[in-house]
Design a protein around this ligand. Sequence first.
Ligand SMILES: *Cc1c(COP(=O)(O)O)cnc(C)c1O
Ligand code: SF4
Length: 469
Amino acid sequence: MSPLESNATAPIVTRSPIFTVAPVDDDDPPGAPTRHPLWASVPEEQWNDWRWQSQNAVRSVRQLRELLDLPADELQSLGELEREYKTSIPPYYFSLIDTTDPTDPIRLQSVPSSKELENPSGYELEDPLEEDLDSPVPGLTHRYPDRALVVTTHVCTMYCRFCTRKRATMVRGGWDTITRDDQRMVDYVASHPEIRDVIMSGGDPLTLSPTRLRFFIESLSAIPHVDVLRVGTRVPVTLPMRLFDQDLIDLLGSTGKVWVQTHFNHPREVTPEAAKGVRMLLSAGVPVNNHSVLLQGVNDDLGTMRKLLRALLRIKVRPYYLFHCDPVIGAGHFRTSVWKGLEIVEGLRGHMSGLGIPTYVVDSPHGGGKIPVMPNYLISASDDAVILRNYEGMVVRYQAQDKPSTVSPTPSRGVSSLLTGQRTALIPENTERLKRRALRMVEQKRPAGYSTEEGGEPTHSTGRGGCSL
Ligand SMILES: *Cc1c(COP(=O)(O)O)cnc(C)c1O
Ligand code: SF4
C-alpha cells in the first residue's frame, strides 16, 4: 500500500436505535504527493515544470532497471519489447507507483510487461476498431453520423500499455511517417455540414506544439457547423503540470467550443496536481469529462471503481464512459469478462450519485462503434404494463399510459401476479430505505403502512403518479 492510501475505514455510524448504516466504503481524500527517491532532491519549481517532467520521462529499460526491482527473465522480455514499443513515464506519474508492489495499478498501466508478448488466441488485433477502414482522409475517422475523430499526433506523455491505437502511438515508427495532412482533415470537416462534434485525439493533442495546437483549435472552432470540439488528452492524469501553463488554458478556453475528455483509471491518479489542472480548465469554461478503461488488476472491482468515480466528482470531472478493454495486440492480460463490467455497474446505479456513473460500453468489432451494455432492469411486460426492478431488488409494475386498469380474472403469483394486476410490487424486506421509512413512521407515531411479509404488498395506495410506499 502506498503512502498515498490510508488503511483507515470509516467507523460504523449508528443512525438510530433500530438499524445501523453500513460503513462508508471509501473516500480517503488524496494524500500528499510522493516522489521516487531518485527525484527526491529535484527542486519544487522544476518538478512542477512540465518541460522538466517530459525531458526526464522514463523511456528505457535501462532506466526502469534503476527504478524497479525486475527479475532477469522479465528484463530480457522487456529488452525484446523495447525494440518494438515505446515507453514514456513522466517522473510525476512514475512516483505514483508503489515500487514494492509488482501488481501496482499505476505500474500496470505504464511499465511494459512480458505479458505484452502474448496473444494466445490470436484474437487480438492491430486495429481492433477498424478505424483505418472508416477513414476518408488519412488521420480522420468518420464513423458516426454527426461526429468525426481526428488523430492529430502519435505522441503521448505516457504510453498506456493497453492503448487501442498502439499501432499509431506506441509502436516504434508507428505513424511517424504517415503524412496526416492537417489542412486536409480540417477541410473534410468544413465540407461536411453534418459533422457537429469533432474529437481531437491521438496520441495526445496536448503534446502538439503551440502552433499546431492553435491551428487545430482555431480552424476547427471557426467552422460554423461544429458545435463541440473535444480534446482527448491524458495530460490531466499523467502530466497535470502541463495545465499550469496559462497560455495553454487561455487557448483552450478561447473559442468557447472546447471540451476536454480525459482518462483517469484509478483513484490514486486523482492527486492535488490533477485537481489543480482540472480547476484551471474549468475556470476557463472548459468542461472535463472522463472515460476509464476497465482493466484487470487496475480497476476491475467495485470498491476501486466507486473510489475513482467519487474522487472524480470531488474535482468536478464528470464520468462519461467506462470502456471494455479492446482486443488490441499485447493487451490481453488487461481484459476482463463483460460480466465483470456488469457486476460493477450493478453496484453503481442507485448506490451512488448518478452524476458519477459512466455508461459502460463495448466498442464493437467491424467498426460498429460503441454499444452500451447494462444489467437488465426490464423484467417482464404485458399489453398494459412493464415490470421493472430497481437497484434494491424491488420488482414493480409500471403502467406507462393512463388506461382503464385491467385486472386479469386468472389469479397468479410471483412476477406474473404483477402482470395480472393483482399486485403492484414485490418488495424486499429490510432495505435501508424501508428502515428509514419505518423509523420516520415510529417518530410520527403512524402505522408503518407496509407489510414485509410475502414480498410486502403495499397496504394503502396514494394518488396518481405517487408511490404507494
Ligand atoms: C468514440 C468515438 C466518437 C464519439 O462518440 P460519442 O459516443 O459521441 O462519445 C466519435 N468517433 C469515433 C470514431 C469514436 O470512436
Ligand atoms: S494517452 Fe490515450 S492515445 Fe496515448 S497511449 Fe494512452 S490511451 Fe493511447
